[in-house]
Design a protein around this ligand. Sequence first.
Ligand code: NI
Length: 184
Amino acid sequence: MILPIVAFGDPVLRKKAVNISKDYDGLEMLLDSMFETMYASHGVGLAAPQVGKSINLFMLDTAPFEDEKYPALKKVFINPEIIDESGEIWEFEEGCLSIPHIRENVKRYTSLTIRYQNENFEQLEESYDGIAARVIQHEYDHCQGKLFVDHLSELKKRLLKNKLISISKGAVKVDYRMRFPSAR
Ligand code: NI
């Protein structure tokens, strides 16, 4: 089932999400729906708060960025915890399904180590770099109540302010289902 994606301005995007246990009601269906929603909106990652659920869960499929060095990574991360970030800081242009039509360069570390549970609730600890690390950092932020625009300079934030207000009011054209906080 395709779920509406919550737009910028909705308080759920600002909440710190909570961990879940393996008996979380409807988890399998939620994961299926989130993958369907992510693909339908051409996203490479989706976090539960973006579909209105303040739980610690996100997924990614980096297939659109696949190359020889970085094979596609499709994965679900439950109760994730980034335990280390390292390497250089690099800039990469990010966008977000909750903030349509805004793309900005964001600086992040190249590499990270993450501890998480997979969909079978097996505990794992893995290291990533490149695009996979970038998408993980972006989606992980969502679970912390953080958005990529928070990483921008004060000047950039001021320049984007009106656009962000328009998005929260639903004054934006998107070709996927969205839920806008102040459009009633
Ligand atoms: Ni996002």
